[in-house]
Design a protein. Structure first.
Length: 795
């Protein structure tokens, strides 16, 4: 028989995303509890609420005593137990097992320094010491294990990996899902599936495209050589830094070959002797970009065992939409389309034609210019991705490449483009910036000279309008190299940015404004906030899907309608990168640390989500490290013999908690002496949880248990959990309703408290209007009262 435990409760606080300060969140919870008061009639027994019909003396007293704060250390040990039924386990349990099984704790994870707040819940009886319940508040602090930091290199690297990893994972879970999600879930996952293909098809090839074509936009030989050398140095530097074994010698040799060929090609291009050499040198410049692609293609091909290559992505993109095409035809469909795109692009480069005369009104012209930008940015990108795909395929044909691939080298693929991007982008910003500034100064000086009759006489010896016109035309042609493509880029930037910002503002602005002030718990604007956010999400994701799809459609259509060499000039992309880079460079010079902090905080929110799903590094995934710390605290609580544990989890903390407790519930403890089996019953109290509103919509295969045949999650599937309470605000853009019915057409929020009768182990309620924060301050008395109820439940 289990021994009778002393009545004492442990409250475990698990914070959400973004940068957090250790100890801040449990301290906020203790202050929240400290603010609860009750009324005691003088000379009588306790009365929780004052009665209006009584005229007696009442004394307001605190519900909780003061809190004693102390720090202590826990020896952190992993709990990497196998699943009881690995064959019948769901996808999320298999995925968690994969992330945990190879975990080897680094030395820094061996000790967990944490904090504890010791206090007592007072019963309200005036007799001193009667009915006091000891309450200890702990913290699971995980922000340091997932923080992106304030170093710009880490911020940009994290942002790059975030863009591709989340969308690719969402697409894969959608494809594995047996039952397609309905309604808004289908729109979310479809958009994520689309972005999972589009982003790699845009970002990487655009970078390579600039590598090969940017030197053509510069007339000065020195600038062309600098722009050509820096990407090669990036490749070589990446290979030197990442290579640690002799088997990487091939990459080093390829990098050296790229560097040497770049020097030779651009020295030849600088002074071609005859006209046909000019054409040949132009082709060689393009081949320089292809050579760079070959280096990355080698890396991609050798890593197919650990990450899908661009060849796989392209094949899947066409194969998924071509369901009626025979299976043997699907595998060659993507290469054929890529070859066709390459042919179109090459014909535009090598055989320029005059653009067709178009007589159009301004709105039509605006749309045409927008389509032309998509043509430059997307069609050429697709063509060069085709080059990369073909290159990686050729390398794969060589054979014996799978054995070469390792998890360590899979990181090379993820960091190679970043290594290239940093020096190359700097060369673009500086080189093109100086060129643009120089041309602008010359132009202004020329204009001033033309306005001065004295200088005109000294310079030209005569004064006539024709000479002025010729001088202006000459400098205007020089300026066109840099500034002519600005209109079409501006059309795209203004149109796309305005549409995206307007959509996001319409959806999120009311909720975001609530973050800056304390919301009201009353239902004054509760209906309006809730309906606005629910409808707005559909508008936002619909807009994103339309923008993404129209970019591809408009780009391909405009290629055949308006394609010409002039319209395909790479300077447009140069100006776009240079303009953005110049602004960023100025910001870094004058407010570098501040920009890094803002970027780090913004990117860090997404990185926290991404790290929970990240599969690398294989022996120390972020989830394994966080679970290790979490389990170590639970093991400590089991040793202390608490009678009940109340876990208070906000935002991402609720996801971490639910995934851990689900895995522990399915883990094999049979025959073991794990102290975790001694844990008392657990009450789980979540708020602003993204489990349904974000995670299930994007990763339905990993989080299908959240809906559980539209009945909501089952607390019994979580280790030791007896009661699950969820609270939310009507305008919370991260998480709202979770535990109630999840069928098609079910509301995202409701003012009715859920959890009476048979659903007593699942309680859910809305605390009023507001957004994603302000759950643990004085504006949320409902949170304090519910937490107090859970603490007193065992007494």
């Amino acid at each position: 028989m289990e021994e009778q435990r002393e009545s004492k409760v442990a409250v475990v606080v698990v914070h959400g995303v973004a940068s957090q300060i250790a100890g801040h969140n449990p301290r906020a919870v203790t202050k929240l509890l400290q603010g609860i008061t009750f009324y005691e009639e003088e000379g009588t027994e306790r009365n929780d609420f004052p009665r209006a019909d009584q005229v007696i003396t009442k004394v307001q007293r605190k519900r909780y005593s003061g809190w004693l704060e102390e720090t202590f250390q826990i020896a952190a040990q992993p709990e990497n137990r196998a699943l009881r039924d690995p064959e019948g386990a769901t996808e999320d349990l298999k995925f968690t097992r994969k992330l945990l099984e190879g975990y080897i704790p680094p030395s820094v994870d061996g000790i967990y320094n944490t904090i504890k707040f010791c206090g007592k819940r007072l019963s309200g009886d005036r007799r001193e010491g009667s009915g006091e319940l000891p309450v200890d508040v702990f913290e699971v602090y995980w922000s340091d294990l997932s923080a992106v930091g304030t170093q710009l290199a880490r911020i940009f690297t994290g942002l790059y990996s975030l863009l591709f990893h989340l969308t690719e994972l969402g697409r894969l879970t959608l494809e594995r899902s047996e039952v397609a999600p309905k309604g808004l879930a289908f729109l979310h996952t479809t958009t994520g599936w689309l972005l999972g293909r589009v982003l790699p098809l845009l970002f990487l090839p655009t970078l390579f495209f600039l590598m090969g074509q940017v030197p053509l936009a510069f007339e000065q030989t020195a600038l062309r050589i600098c722009v050509a050398l820096l990407p090669a140095l990036g490749i070589l530097g990446m290979a030197i830094v990442r290579a640690q074994k002799k088997s990487d010698l091939g990459i080093l040799l390829l990098g050296a070959a790229a560097l040497a060929s770049g020097l030779f090609l651009f020295r030849w291009t600088a002074s071609p002797p005859t006209a046909w050499y000019q054409r040949a040198s132009t082709l060689l410049v393009v081949e320089w970009g292809v050579l760079s692609l070959a280096v990355i293609g080698l890396l991609v091909a050798r890593l197919q065992a650990y990450a899908p290559s661009l060849t796989t992505i392209i094949n899947q993109a066409f194969r998924d939409e071509a369901r009626a095409v025979p299976a043997q035809t699907r595998d060659i469909l993507a290469p054929l389309v890529v070859v066709a795109l390459c042919a179109v692009t090459a014909s535009v480069f090598l055989f320029p034609t005059q653009p067709r005369p178009v007589l159009a009104d301004p709105p039509t012209l605006w749309l045409m210019n927008l389509a032309l930008f998509f043509y430059r940015g997307w069609l050429v990108g697709l063509a060069l991705v085709g080059s990369l795909a073909v290159t990686s395929t050729l390398w794969a044909i060589v054979g014996h490449l799978t054995a070469w691939a390792t998890p360590r080298r899979s990181q090379v693929c993820g960091t190679a483009v970043i290594t290239l991007l940093v020096p190359f982008s700097l060369s673009l910003w500086l080189g093109n910036g100086f060129l643009a500034l120089g041309n602008k100064v010359i132009y202004l000086c020329c204009e001033l000279n033309l306005r001065s009759a004295t200088l005109q006489a000294l310079m030209m010896g005569r004064d006539d309008s024709l000479t002025k016109l010729r001088i202006l035309q000459r400098f205007t042609r020089q300026l066109d190299v840099v500034f002519a493509p600005l209109p079409s880029w501006c059309y795209y930037a203004v149109g796309g940015l305005v549409l995206a910002v307007m959509s996001a503002a319409l959806v999120l602005l009311p909720s975001i404004l609530q973050e800056g002030k304390s919301p009201q718990s009353a239902v004054t604007n509760l209906d309006a906030r809730g309906h606005w956010l629910s409808r707005g999400y559909k508008i936002l994701w619909g807009t994103l899907a339309v923008l993404t799809a129209s970019a591809i459609v408009d780009g391909v259509a405009s290629a055949f309608m308006f394609g010409s060499k002039a319209q395909l000039n790479a300077t447009t992309s140069v100006v776009a990168v240079s303009s953005t880079g110049a602004l960023l460079l100025l910001a870094l010079v004058f407010q570098g640390q501040r920009v890094a902090q803002v970027l780090g905080a913004t990117v860090g929110v997404g990185i926290d989500v991404d790290n929970h799903l990240r599969e690398l590094p294989e022996k120390a995934t972020p989830r394994a490290r966080i679970f290790n710390r979490y389990v170590s605290l639970l093991r400590y609580l089991a040793h202390e013999d608490y009678s009940r544990i109340v876990i208070v989890a906000h935002s991402q903390g609720s996801v971490i908690t639910a995934d851990l407790l689900r895995y522990l519930a399915a883990a094999d403890f049979e025959g073991s002496h794990s102290v975790l089996k001694r844990l008392p019953p657990i009450s789980l109290f979540t708020m602003g949880s993204p489990l349904r509103q974000l995670y299930y919509l994007r990763f339905p295969d990993l989080y299908a248990w959240v809906v559980a045949q539209n009945n909501g999650p089952d607390p019994s599937q979580l280790f030791k959990v007896q009661t699950w309470v969820n609270a939310y605000r009507s305008g919370d853009y991260v998480g709202r309703r979770l535990l109630q019915e999840n069928g098609v057409g079910a509301p995202d929020w409701t003012t009715t408290r859920f959890g009476e009768g048979n659903e007593g182990n699942r309680v859910e309620f809305c605390i009023g209007e507001g957004a994603h924060t302000h759950y643990w301050d004085w504006s949320a008395p409902e949170i304090a009262l519910e937490l107090d109820r859970l603490i007193a439940e065992q007494a």
